[in-house]
Design a protein around this ligand. Structure first.
Ligand code: PYC
Length: 425
């Protein structure tokens, strides 16, 4: 499977003069990745050109020399969950398996700009999960202890410390939901999600990986329990390995191979305000108020909620969401009442029963999954891509993801992460 002598192209670098010239003339900008003819056969077909699919492709090529790889997407690069999330990175999970896994992703994210030679704008601003009840404070203490045992920087802090970190927050006893404390995770932060998608796409493509946008997978061929390839409107493609890296459509794509996933898909809405001078240092999450907020380097506040309470594939926003979001945010930060919401959108969340993903093999030989990313997928892209690339290249499931296999739902070995999901669900 190892592909020797694959064409390697270095991503283009510019001198200051070159940058200026390209900035002034829009007609000769080079493509960030090449488009190519669709071949009839690949060593690996990856379904989904989001951060998971692109990272898997990049690590297949960069770490294992496998570059006869096609990443197919029915839309465009980063147009699904990878471009619709709120770009929060953290590793302060509840289970040791979860903490170790997300911490590996944080490690890869920390070096990603250098690794991809692309500015992904990772800002480690600190991440605060507020506790408004004794029960949630108990969970924060539990998480902090599990985190520390795994070497992850997390601690429970007082309302006074919350006020020091976020001076605009109402930490008084008069608030409708007084803040009793918070889980503080200094390494957490935000990143520019589009840049991550484009950086992986460019780097994978430079190593020979092909990216085919507007190429929907409409069928998966399985013969004698083994995957043979996929069907697209552009024709059949043969491949001994098909990796499902979709979010939102994961169970539909798996269903094409006859694999049933324990996933229910819900929309999740988010919104962004007009930009103002940067005043919010940390990412702030309130599980009880179903809201999280961060401020981008451009000054916009990015808000998100929990998933909508019904299963749906709709990606439309609703007025109820904006009203509820605004009222919850104002309970925390009354002073931002005059800021205007610019845009809202929705993404699709593939929820599993234990709030953990599904990564690994399936009963169909050669058909692999990296799915079930609920509300926590973007931060996991690098580690999931790296681990799935290793599984493809070696045929062995890496220890890091061994707890997240599909068989756990039959065997009753769930990895319960509900208590560490960003917001109440
Ligand atoms: O898990 O950190 C998270 C998250 C943020 C927004 C949605 N989920």
């Amino acid at each position: 499977m190892r592909q020797r002598g694959a064409t390697r192209r270095r991503p283009q670098r510019y001198s200051a003069f070159g940058l200026l010239r390209h900035g002034l003339r829009h007609d000769d900008w080079p493509r960030v990745w090449r488009t190519s003819e669709l071949d009839r056969r690949y060593d690996v077909v990856i379904v989904g050109a989001g951060v998971h699919g692109l990272a898997a492709a990049y690590y297949l090529a960069s770490k294992h020399g496998i570059s006869k790889v096609a990443v197919l997407d029915k839309g465009y690069v980063g147009g699904g969950g990878s471009g619709r999330n709120t770009a929060i990175l953290r590793s302060n999970y509840l289970t040791p398996e979860g903490v170790r896994f997300y911490e590996r992703s944080m490690e890869l994210y920390r070096n990603l700009a250098v690794d991809l030679n692309f500015n992904v704008m990772f800002a480690q601003r600190g991440h605060l999960t507020l506790a408004h009840t004794d029960a949630s404070l108990r969970t924060m203490v539990w998480r902090a202890e599990v985190n520390k045992l795994q070497g992850v920087n997390s601690e429970v802090v007082s309302p006074e410390e919350v006020k020091r970190l976020v001076p605009f927050m109402d930490v008084s006893n008069h608030a409708r939901y007084p803040i009793l404390g918070a889980l503080y995770h200094p390494p957490g932060g935000i990143i520019r999600h589009d840049a991550v998608n484009w950086g992986y796409a460019r780097a994978a493509n430079a190593l020979g990986v092909e990216i085919h946008q507007n190429t929907e997978v409409t069928g998966i061929t399985v013969r004698d329990g083994r995957v043979q390839g996929v069907t697209t409107p552009r024709g059949e493609i043969a491949a001994p390995i098909v990796l499902n890296c979709t979010a939102g459509w994961a169970s539909l794509v798996a269903g094409m191979a006859g694999v049933k996933l324990p996933i229910i898909t819900h929309p999740l809405q988010a919104a962004v305000t007009e930009p103002v001078k940067v005043f919010l240092g940390a990412v702030v999450v309130s599980g009880s108020l179903h809201v999280y907020v961060s401020q981008t380097d451009r000054g916009e506040l990015v808000f998100g909620a929990s998933t909508d309470p019904y299963a749906s594939y709709s990606m439309r926003g609703s007025l109820e969401f904006t009203e509820e979001l605004a009222s919850h945010v104002l309970e925390l930060m009354p002073s931002i009442g005059r800021m205007r919401v610019l845009r809202q959108w929705a993404g699709l969340c593939d929820m599993t029963p234990d709030f953990s993903p599904v990564m690994g093999t399936t009963p169909v030989e050669g058909f692999l999954v990296d799915v079930g990313w609920g509300t926590y997928g973007f931060k996991a892209g690098p580690a999931a891509g790296e681990a799935m690339a290793e599984l493809v290249a070696t045929g062995r499931t890496p220890e890091l993801i061994s707890a997240f296999g599909l068989a756990r739902f039959e065997q009753g070995r769930l990895v319960g992460e509900r208590g560490a999901a960003s917001v109440g669900h």
